[in-house]
Unconditional design. Structure first.
Length: 134
């Protein structure tokens, strides 16, 4: 498959998927995927996500709006607008929000999807494929 230029004006984006406490909007459709996947991730206020990791994908987060705390390999990192995270494969991660929502750009390389290269420490939240959790 030859990769094509993608331009998605904000008004045309949609397809938000609810996965546990996450709202995930895929910015690259499965049939358009090349070397990476991209998502807009929203976590509502007063939420705590499950702890997950990727065996293969390196993951990058950029905070677009709000604030919260990332728990990376058990260590808390406060997050604010403009903060950036790089998570090597195997990094356990979860998020906690307070009174603000947390909205982030989330990139994986190689690509990761809710049914591919996502593993949980404990139970998988609703919407994730159980066969990939452990």
């Amino acid at each position: 498959m030859e990769l094509q230029i993608l331009h998605r004006p904000a008004a045309t984006l949609g397809g938000v998927q609810k996965l546990g406490p996450y709202e995930i909007e895929s910015l690259v459709d499965r049939d358009e995927e090349g070397a990476a996947t991209a998502y807009r991730v929203r976590i509502e206020p007063h939420q705590r996500t499950s702890v997950s990791y990727h065996r293969i994908a390196e993951e990058f987060y950029y905070v677009l709006r709000g604030s919260g705390t990332a728990i990376l390999n058990g260590v808390p990192y406060e997050l604010r607008l403009g903060d950036f995270l790089r998570l090597p494969p195997g990094t356990t991660h979860g998020f906690i929000t307070g009174t603000d929502e947390l909205v982030m750009l989330d990139l994986h390389t190689p690509g990761s999807r809710p049914d591919r290269d996502v593993y949980f420490v404990g139970d998988a939240p609703s919407g994730f494929t159980a066969k990939n959790s452990e």
